[in-house]
Write a protein that binds this ligand. Structure first.
Ligand code: GLC
Ligand code: CA
Length: 569
């Protein structure tokens, strides 16, 4: 895109400089570090359990910082580690400025940041502004206060409808199933777009706005480099009376003018403009990435330099493993990023979705919720093909300009755990849908660090979600030093990426084959993916890394390779 492939891109020494050339001699001081970063998402409760109580902890993250450094990531993003009753895996925050006691202390957090910094790794924390936990001091105060009180005005309280007020104030529904309203003994209702234990805040309230700025500064002052903003599109709501109807959740049908009553409203950007002022109080300015489910044309609004700076796009995550899908998604997303001067984000897996090794081992278009309900038996998973395609997809993603967000365990090629016993399930989706959907626990099973042991090195005791026996063979220990392992593939890709990545540019090369995608990055680095199952001829160049076993002159099926014009160093 943007420029056709030219000989400019062919030599190592000739690096074209674009408007946002991002070569940095000192990445530590580079305020633009996030533009082409590899960010590794840690789901703290399932990463590493240092004190053996079955729950991952902050000290566990610190203990594995050497591993993350060796993997070669630029930043670590921690999903919520704040005090929480875990009604939604920690996305129900009881105190935004503390660490959950079962995960450690603020001192542990500081030690973790120090360990990260000593390796040059940045730290991103999750900010959950749409809702608090029902155990948050504010909500407890609201419950103990009268209707119409200042305490209730921090949330969205309303009287019900119907002759006796016994009907919800509006038809809004919750993401986890059921109405988005719960009634209190005193007759009033409060709004929760997620679980009842996650009351929505009222962002028209100045006190709410101020308090979140205090939280942003609290973590920035502790050395945090950036924020991932949860449900960033939902904060501003049209709360004028009568409440407007919204009987369906957001999706592709959101209006493009920012006037939906609940999602992606224009006013939400006023909040992020205020946050940007806070980010800019720091040197280097703090950075943020929005989790915003908006029409793709409006995602760029969140990613503006005057806003959060970057927005997740989940287009790659939703793409089928085909050359056409990947080509279209990459082209579209790079163009979108260019509109605002931001850089694109890329995601294949996270804590909310079925792992990509598994998705790609199932027929395209399969209903993943139904598949999980069959305990992963129908349709049958082709685990080997899934992993092969996932490795090819990841290697392609890591060659793209922009930031790649990795989810813990994908570097081990982990599959979704599809047969967790019902009794073990923790996701509110399981209960709230009346046991119709299992939810997201299958991608949140604690990591296997070693081939043996009660929880495969996760901790000394059993893990809080049961790990399958197959985890032993896929542990970090089992893969360490094995050249064909997924762990070594990621390590090599991340090492080379640092070396090869220069400016944010990409040019498509006509591969002459409908199943083959070929693009070049400035400096003569190219990436070729064969999405088909039949081998094709390998384009000219020196293979630097390959997602499957190398065959001279041949690009095997379902394989990505990186090529350079010069030999290996
Ligand atoms: C985001 C999180 C998800 C959580 C929800 C509510 O989508 O990624 O895990 O359940 O927000 O906070
Ligand atoms: Ca622990």
């Amino acid at each position: 895109m943007r420029r056709s492939p030219t000989t400019l891109f062919a030599s190592k020494d000739c690096v074209p400089v674009t408007d946002h050339a991002l070569l940095s001699t000192d990445p530590q001081l580079d305020a633009l570090w996030w533009r082409q970063a590899v960010v590794y998402q840690v789901y703290p409760r399932s990463f590493a359990d240092l004190n053996g109580d079955g729950i991952g902890d902050i000290a566990g993250v610190t203990s594995r910082m050497d591993y993350l450094a060796e993997l070669g990531v630029d930043a670590v993003w921690l999903s919520p580690f704040y005090p929480s009753a875990l009604a939604d895996g920690g996305y129900d925050v009881a105190d935004y400025r503390d660490v959950a006691p079962e995960l450690g202390t603020l001192a542990d957090f500081d030690a973790m940041v120090a360990a990260a910094k000593s390796h040059g790794i940045k730290v991103i924390v999750d900010i959950v502004p749409n809702h608090t936990s029902d155990l948050h001091a504010w909500f407890q105060e609201a419950l103990a206060s009268e209707r119409g009180s200042a305490a209730r005005a921090r949330y969205i309280f309303r009287d019900g409808t119907g002759p006796d007020g016994s009907e919800p104030p509006s038809d809004w529904i919750s993401h986890f199933g059921g109405p988005a309203w719960t009634r209190l003994p005193d007759g009033q209702w409060y709004c929760h777009l997620f679980a009842p234990e996650q009351p929505d805040l009222n962002w028209d309230n100045p006190e709410v706005r101020e308090d979140f700025k205090t939280t942003l500064r609290f973590w920035a002052d502790r050395g945090v480099d950036g924020y991932r903003v949860d449900v960033a599109h939902a904060l501003s709501k049209d709360l004028s009376e009568p409440l407007r109807s919204k009987p369906v959740l957001e999706g592709a049908d959101l209006p493009l003018d920012g006037t939906d009553p609940l999602y992606d409203r224009n006013e939400v950007h006023d909040i992020y403009a205020e946050w940007r002022e806070v980010f800019n109080e720091y040197d280097p300015p703090r950075t943020a990435v929005a989790e915003a489910y908006a029409a793709s044309e409006r995602r760029a609004l969140y990613a503006r330099p005057t806003g959060l700076g970057q927005a997740f796009n989940f287009d790659l995550l939703q793409a089928d493993f085909t050359a056409r899908d990947y080509h279209d998604v990459v082209t579209f997303c790079l163009n979108e990023a260019e509109k605002t001067g931001s850089s694109s984000t890329w995601v294949l897996s996270n804590h909310d979705v079925v792992r990509h090794a598994t998705r790609y081992g199932l027929p395209a278009g399969v209903d993943l919720d139904e598949w999980l309900m069959s305990d992963g038996t129908a349709p049958v998973l082709d685990a080997e093909a899934g992993l092969r395609r996932a490795r090819a997809a990841s290697l392609l993603m890591l060659a793209l300009p922009g930031s790649a967000y990795l989810y813990q365990g994908e570097e081990l090629g982990l599959h979704e755990v599809s047969d967790l016993p019902y009794a073990a399930l923790q996701d509110p989706i399981w209960l709230r849908t009346g046991n119709e959907k299992k939810g997201r626990d299958g991608c949140r099973v604690p990591l296997p660090w070693s081939s043996e042991g009660s929880s495969y090195g996760f901790g000394d005791g059993p893990a809080h979600l049961p790990q399958p026996t197959a985890f032993g063979a896929t542990s970090a220990q089992a893969q360490d030093g094995r050249p064909d392992s997924t762990l070594e593939l990621y390590r090599e890709a991340l090492r080379l990426r640092r070396q090869l990545q220069t400016v944010e540019d990409l040019a498509w090369v006509d591969s002459g084959h409908p199943d083959v995608l070929h693009f070049v990055r400035p400096g003569g680095w190219s990436c070729v993916t064969n999405f088909g199952t039949e081998p094709v001829a390998l384009p000219a160049g020196v293979v630097r890394v390959s997602s499957s076993e190398q065959v001279p002159g041949v690009l095997p099926g379902e394989t990505t390779v990186w090529l350079t014009a010069w030999p290996q160093d």
